[in-house]
Every structure is written in C-alpha cells, then in structure tokens.
Design a protein around this ligand. Structure first.
Ligand code: ZN
Length: 453
C-alpha cells in the first residue's frame, strides 16, 4: 500500500512538513480555534517574553520580537499577541540572532580520498546547523577557484542553511595531499577574480595545512584577500620547524584577518600559550591590532589546557566556530552550541558567547548590514535557546572531560522568517485545535492502480 509520506508524489500543500509556518494563515478556513489567529494581523510570528541578547543594539533583557515575511518587523517591551498569526511563548528562553558558524566543511560529494573538497568527509549542512540555531555557515576552504561553481551547485544552491565560503588559496581546494602542498596552484590573482565574480558567497580566503616552513602560501593568501577586500583565515599546517605565530599576527596578517584553531595544541602548529601555560605576550597585542582569534574546534584543535589558560589570563576568542566535518561531529566538538557551552563553562558570559557567534562573525565577513543582529528591517534569522543547568560533561580533542554547569540547546530556529527547527512544536498549534480536512485523494497514484482504459 502506498503511504501518504511517499515523497515521489506531490502532496497537498497543507500536508507538506516543510511548509513555511507563516503560511499557516492560508489554512485559516480550516482552523477551528487558534488563539490570536485572524487574517488581520500585523505580524506573521511573534516571539513573546524571551530574553533578547543582541549585541549590536545593546539589548540584553526581556523583549517581544515580531517578524513579518523575511524581516524583523518590531522589537518592543510588549507587543500584543492579537497582532500576530503565530505567537510563540519564549519566556524563560533566550532569543538571539541566528547563529553564524564561521568554520564548517560542507563541500560534500562523492570523490573518495578528496579530504574536504567534494568528498565524503564533508557534510550536507542542513542536518547539522538549523537544529543548533545556526542559520549561516561558512565553508572554510573546501573549494578553491577551480571548483567553486561545483560547490555552489552541490551545496549552496541545495541547502536551506545560508552558505558562504572562504575560498581556498589552492585552486583545487581542500583536496588533501599532494594538492594542498602545490605552490604552483596557489594563484592570488585567479583566487581574487573568483571572489569578485561571486561576492554574495565568497567572504574570505583560506590557507590551511601547508607543511613546508615557507611563508609564500601566507603571502599569496593575504595578497588575494587584499585584492578582493575580504579577510584571510589561516590554519597553519604541519611545518617543521613551526612557523612563528608572532610573525604571522604582527607582520604577515592585516587587521580583520583570522587565526583559526586558536585553542589548538597540535603538532606542527605553535600554540598561543607556552609550556608553562602562560599566554604569549604578543597574543593580546595581536588582538588589539585587529587579528581575529577564531575557535575552529574541529577534531584536533581544542584543548582544555590551552583554552583554560588563555581565558584565565583575559584572552577572549572573538568568534566561536565548529570546524564541522565527519571527524568532529561525533567526537568532542558535536555542534555550535556545544562549543559555546564549553566556553560558557570556562567563564565567558552568555552575552559574550552569543556575541562571538552572531554580531562578531557578521562583522568579520562583512554581512553585518542584514545579519548578526535583530534590528528592525534586518533579515529574520533568529535562534531561541535554552540554557539548561545541571551537570554536563564536555570533551576536548584529547578525549578528556570537563564537567560543566550549563548546556545550551536550541528550541526554535527561524531563517528568512521561516521556522526551520522547532524542537517542541512551540510555533505549531495543537493538532486538536486544527481541523485538517481529509486528503482529497491521490490521482497521480490512482493512475498506476487503475491503468487507463
Ligand atoms: Zn577546518
């Protein structure tokens, strides 16, 4: 027997699970009792009574947030529930701009052995972002100028998550070795040209994994970044001897450029703390100079000894990111909120971890006009978070545990004004209050059951 859920046949719109929630108003003729619902509301969605954290607008308190179509329509101390089609009770929860993860690997594909470019190791984003409040994810160097269009076709164009990219300085992208060691495929001019061609998506340049003790890859990435007027993200490789991060921060990079994996203690990369746990003195100088310290947790780049020491000595990462790929999601990293929770438990405030996952990354990749905040008129990307209190275990890349008191979880995610994640159905009416008419039938199915005479 054919089931209603069989996806190859079209189904009535009102049964489509992915239907934007604000279209519920179209169901009005079928709805019996849904408090606050009428066809004369001012807003599609109203998030009522949540604690808003919005660094750009200096908001840190209880506000109501109203959304109309794909925009933030109003943020007030109190907006009457009668003015909205969907009213969400957000009391006891935190309402933040949609989270921005600056370091993911989502150039998924089927090229076996191709590391993180068009490969099995990269992930299709929608299963790993929206349910954790992330509405914008930035691929960190998966594609280079040679395969960016393939990345756009396979990932950007097929994902609900808003996808941006740091374009790899290597033309072939993050395809593993030997490609990532090929200096002849690191062309600043061609990389910058591709960034010029796709300014909506290419928001930075990435250099990663180069093994030689050689500054030329850094110089080419910086040159491409300057040409295209976008920041550069550096993941030092496995150089022996290691390249000096003091020189990188103070001489090679420009203000606005990023050092990702800032809490790593990995072979071939100089750490920001010395063996005794002392934060190296030039790190704060680099931050003052405008160098961005990005977390980029990943499968090998977050150690308790480094993060604890750095935070205790006053250092703060400006941006919190995951380095999402198949090797990190089921290990210590897990997801954006787990990384934020770790830093919360290490002493950063909730306001700081939210700012480092919203307003700061938006400014770093220059999308702050419409994203990273909840200003009226901004794109309606919103996360509704719960801060649970109890005892929770967190794991670093050495698989050692830290017990923490807080765990952040995502209850609701809105992207472009559409509810794309709703853990407990808080934006949906009770099924007992909605009179959905019986299925009108499946004529396209019936023709296979009753062949034409
Ligand atoms: Zn990475």
């Amino acid at each position: 027997m054919l089931e209603v859920s069989c996806s190859i046949f079209s189904k009535p719109e009102f049964l489509d699970f992915a239907m934007p929630i604000f279209k519920l108003r179209r169901l009005a003729p079928f709805l019996l009792v849904l408090p606050g619902l009428s066809l004369a509301e001012d807003y599609d969605i109203l998030l009522k009574g949540g604690h808003v954290i919005d660094a750009k607008n200096d908001r840190n308190g209880v506000f109501d947030v109203a959304i109309n179509d794909d925009r933030i329509a109003a943020v007030e101390r109190s907006i009457p529930a009668s003015q909205a089609g969907i009213v969400v009770d957000a009391s006891g929860l935190y309402v933040t701009p949609g989270l921005i993860d600056l370091h993911v690997h989502v150039f998924w594909g089927t090229r076996d052995g191709n590391y993180l470019a068009n490969s099995f190791n990269s992930l299709p984003p929608d299963g790993f972002t929206l349910q954790h409040g992330v509405t914008t994810a930035v691929d960190a160097g998966g594609p280079g100028w040679r395969n960016f269009e393939l990345f756009k076709k396979q990932t950007i164009d097929t994902s609900k998550t808003r996808i941006k990219a740091f374009l790899n300085i290597v033309g072939a992208g993050m395809a593993g070795d030997p490609q990532e060691q090929d200096l002849y495929d690191m062309d600043a001019r061609l990389t910058a040209m591709k960034a010029y061609e796709f300014p909506e998506y290419i928001v930075g340049i990435k250099l990663a994994h180069f093994k030689g003790p050689d500054w030329r890859p850094v110089k080419r990435a910086v040159e491409a970044g300057q040409w295209a007027n976008i920041p550069v993200m550096i993941d030092f490789g496995r150089a022996q001897p290691t390249l000096s991060i003091k020189r990188l921060f103070l001489e090679e990079l420009n203000p606005g450029d990023l050092f990702t994996h800032c809490f790593a203690d990995a072979w071939g990369r100089e750490s920001i703390v010395d063996r005794s746990g002392k934060l190296k003195p030039f790190v704060m100088e680099a931050i003052d100079r405008g160098i961005i310290m990005d977390v980029g947790h990943g499968g090998g780049s977050f150690r308790w000894n480094v993060a604890t020491a750095a935070l205790e000595q006053g250092m703060r990462p400006q941006t919190i990111s995951t380095d999402l790929h198949t090797g990190s999601i089921n290990a210590g990293m897990k997801n954006q909120l787990n990384v934020m929770s770790k830093l919360l438990n290490l002493g950063m405030s909730l306001e700081e971890v939210v700012e480092a996952s919203t307003w700061n990354p938006a400014q770093v990749i220059k999308i702050e006009k419409e994203l990273g905040h909840l200003s009226v008129g901004a794109l309606a990307d919103v996360a509704v978070l719960r801060r649970r209190e109890g005892t929770f275990g967190f794991i670093d890349v050495a698989r050692t545990r830290l017990d923490g008191k807080y765990l952040l979880e995502c209850e609701l995610t809105i992207l472009d004004g559409e509810v794309v994640w709703d853990r407990n159905g808080m934006a949906s009416p009770s099924w007992e209050e909605v009179d959905i008419p019986p299925s009108p039938g499946r004529p396209e199915v019936q023709q296979f059951i009753d062949p034409p005479k």
